[in-house]
Design a protein around this ligand. Sequence first.
Ligand code: ADP
Ligand code: MG
Length: 250
Amino acid sequence: MVDVRSVHKSYGSLDVLKGVDLTVRAGEVTVVLGPSGSGKSTLLRTINHLEKVDGGSVSVAGALVGYRRSGNKLHELREREILKQRTDIGFVFQNFHLFPHLTVLANITEAPVSALRRPKKEAEAAARALLDRVGLADKADAYPRQLSGGQQQRVAIARALALEPKLLLFDEPTSALDPELVGEVLDVIRDLARRGTTMIIVTHEIGFAREVADTVVFMDGGRIVEQGPPGQVLDHPRHERTASFLSKVL
Ligand code: ADP
Ligand code: MG
């Protein structure tokens, strides 16, 4: 589903990704761990083409992200085409990023109606079903400011799901939440994992990683230091840097 090959990314003279390789199979959950500044968000953003890579390539569901092939030539996608390609990928941010002036229902239907040209009625019915799934059936007409952080994040997840993405990316989905609200968001993500949703999740919730991850990836200094099943990376890390990081967050 995801194939990241020797991806390099710099900001000016700062090398943020120094040759990252990552493969994610359909239906698998990959959890990315690593200290602040190690390049985790940048990696997610390159997969979603919110950042252009300086070297290497990213493909999602067999399509090269940001490019179109014609014959043996590659053409960079235009903005419109990038937006279309991005509908295959759901992105859930640390700070929810809901549209403050739209109701919960309108937040969820906005992209299906404008980007995928779904009929409004159909999009609303789908949105209500998704709200029910994340336990917020009664909040369709509320505005984001009337919701708790945990509720807002569940709306953000419903909004991402409304595009029926092939892949879901989460960037520290619970880091902005009060501790008592973390569980309700993790419950929703856990349910998605059970349904076989392909996900890449950046989180510091080690217990959750152990439970849902097929693969745990540890990043440091713009590189993947090690990756493997949670039992290996979390309990028997091969690298000192992984062990040292885990000893700080556990
Ligand atoms: P993480 O998510 O692991 O904390 P990031 O991917 O956000 O790490 O950032 C990696 C490094 O890249 C950091 O040093 C950060 O300051 C830098 N960085 C991230 N985004 C930008 C940007 N738009 N411009 C310049 N530097 C950036
Ligand atoms: Mg980050």
